[in-house]
Design a protein around this ligand. Structure first.
Ligand SMILES: Nc1ncnc2c1ncn2[C@@H]1O[C@H](COP(=O)(O)OP(=O)(O)OP(=O)(O)O)[C@@H](O)[C@H]1O
Ligand SMILES: [Mg+2]
Length: 261
């Protein structure tokens, strides 16, 4: 048992410490500390190749970290020695929404949202269907419930993917650039759904290039570069008064890109 469990201290819902990851000789994460509290929305920003996706993949054990610890829902693990049984248990508390929507092509929107409930969570079909309808309503996709993915726009497919994630009622949802595969006019509808979830107190980690979303919907922003956290602060502080020169440069560049686009 860890000392903070022993003395009953309040702790973050999810915390990783000293996370290291190499691909061959390429050191992609160089000792990342990251934490999120219940109800927080944390945006992770940073240039391409800075390790943002790798961070999410290590947190969710899609990728095995070389070193580091993870604390989730009060349980503490060494990432090198965690067992596959422990990984399975830990992943039950996490939801994932990635850039590609990964919906089953041979199932309707409703079927896609029901699938995890029925197979992974063993929820009876009737109850799963009821939950799936509720979740589709929540993301504004009720009228498309019987459509197949190929009959839906990218934004609609991503909203189904979000419905599928929230249906499983995870403690935290990890988003990796959920709008980057979408045309600009479809980005807004997905961000609107995420803003609603944020307002409802859903705990979310969002890797994003959408600076406006980070500014408006995130409570805290983490700026990564070169496999390190360069700066983290409340969203208001990071955007209005960044402390690090590298953060200032990144924000200047990104905002200039916006103005050109
Ligand atoms: N499976 C892999 N095998 C080898 N190298 C990898 C692998 N995944 C990522 N990398 C390398 O790790 C580095 C960080 O990649 P990562 O995808 O985490 O960056 P990112 O911050 O998400 O970038 P982007 O904003 O472009 O999505 C890159 O140099 C990339 O080439
Ligand atoms: Mg990425």
């Amino acid at each position: 048992m860890e000392w903070h469990q022993a003395c009953g201290m309040v702790q973050n819902m999810l915390e990783v410490k000293n996370l290291h990851k190499k691909f061959g000789s390429n050191e992609v994460l160089k000792g990342i500390d990251f934490q999120i509290d219940k109800g927080e929305v944390v945006a992770v920003i940073g240039p391409s190749g800075s390790g943002k996706t790798t961070l999410l993949r290590c947190i969710s054990f899609l990728e095995r970290a070389d070193q580091g610890t993870i604390t989730f829902e009060g349980l503490h693990y060494d990432m090198q020695h965690i067992t596959s049984k422990e990984i399975r248990k830990l992943r039950l508390g996490m939801g994932f929404v990635f850039q590609g929507f990964h919906l089953f092509r041979n199932m309707t929107a409703l079927g896609n949202v029901m699938e995890g409930l029925v197979t992974a969570r063993k929820v009876p079909k009737a109850a799963a269907k009821k939950t799936a309808w509720e979740m589709l309503r929540k993301v504004g996709m009720e009228d498309r419930a019987m459509y197949y993915p190929d009959q839906l726009s990218g934004g609609q497919q991503q909203r189904v993917a979000i419905a599928r994630a929230i249906a499983l009622n995870p403690q935290v949802i990890l988003f990796d650039e959920p709008t980057s595969a979408l045309d600009p006019e479809l980005t807004g509808e997905v961000l609107d759904v995420m803003r609603t979830l944020a307002k409802e107190g859903t705990t979310m980690v969002v890797v994003t290039h959408e600076m406006r979303f980070a500014m408006e919907a995130a409570s805290r922003v983490v700026f990564m570069e070169g496999g390190l956290v360069v700066e983290e602060a409340s969203s208001a502080a990071l955007f209005s008064d960044p402390k690090e020169e590298r953060t200032r440069q990144f924000l200047r560049r990104t905002i200039a890109d916006y103005d050109r686009g």
